[in-house]
Design a protein around this ligand. Structure first.
Ligand code: SF4
Length: 235
């Protein structure tokens, strides 16, 4: 495992319930040049933002999540494949830790899985980017296209493909490839960032909103006298 690498990171969260099966560790990288119109995560675009985190620190989070029975790791962004060395080190290290004899299985009895979101289409993945995906069990590929809404679980637009890459990925994700979101799925997970000390209530939204959800949020906030300021989905 190469844990001397760093990854420019926008944020992390555990337990993440809205991007992949079960309760997961989520890692969002910083930097994306694909600029999809309608992207809800514009705050992750600037490659000069974020925090350069040693992969070893991210793996410590993964180790803790495994000890707490995490079902898997989801890496999103930002664009993970634009940091191929860091992504590769992260996934290789995460793979080794989940295989350790002391590692706990996921709640379904299988190993915790590794899921990566990339805005690149499958055919756009260069050899280097493909190699960076390393032991990822499943990958969601494709730009977010605001004009192509979908109810497919864990995808933001109908063009995006969920592709298993390993035996574990095939067994765990097969039931979800064409499954549409049900009321039991967590579509959008809302967390309050309690570190704010200035009287504001920074909200972090994890997952994939349905079309109109974010505008409805803003309307409801305004109606209650709690206007949403600086949303990450506005220029
Ligand atoms: S949707 Fe994803 S790929 Fe598209 S601009 Fe946003 S972060 Fe980048």
């Amino acid at each position: 495992m190469d844990d001397t690498e760093r990854l420019n990171v926008s944020g992390t969260h555990h337990p993440l319930l809205a991007l992949g099966p079960g309760a997961r560790l989520g890692i969002w990288v910083q930097g994306c040049g694909l600029a999809c119109p309608g992207c809800m995560s514009r705050h992750t675009w600037d490659p000069a933002g974020g925090t350069r985190v040693p992969v070893a620190d991210l793996l410590a989070l993964w180790q803790r999540a495994l000890e707490q029975g995490a079902s898997g790791l989801t890496v999103s962004g930002g664009e993970p494949c634009d940091q191929p060395a860091g992504l590769r080190a992260l996934l290789q290290g995460a793979d080794e830790l989940r295989r350790a004899p002391t590692a706990r299985p996921a709640p379904d009895g299988g190993a915790p899985d590794l899921l990566v979101y990339t805005g690149y289409e499958e055919h756009e993945l260069s050899d280097g980017r493909r190699a960076a995906l390393g032991p990822a069990d499943a990958v969601v590929t494709g730009r977010f296209r605001v004009a192509e809404p979908t109810d497919l679980v864990w995808r933001g637009s109908a063009n995006q493909r969920l592709t298993p890459r390993t035996e574990l990925g095939r067994s765990r994700y097969a039931p979800h490839l064409t499954r549409v979101r049900s009321p039991r799925d967590v579509g959008l997970q809302v967390e309050v960032d309690r570190r704010a000390l200035d009287g504001t209530w920074p909200l972090r939204l994890y997952g994939i909103p349905r079309r109109g959800d974010l505008a409805a949020w803003e309307r409801e906030g305004a109606r209650r006298g709690l206007p949403v300021s600086m949303p990450s989905w506005r220029p």
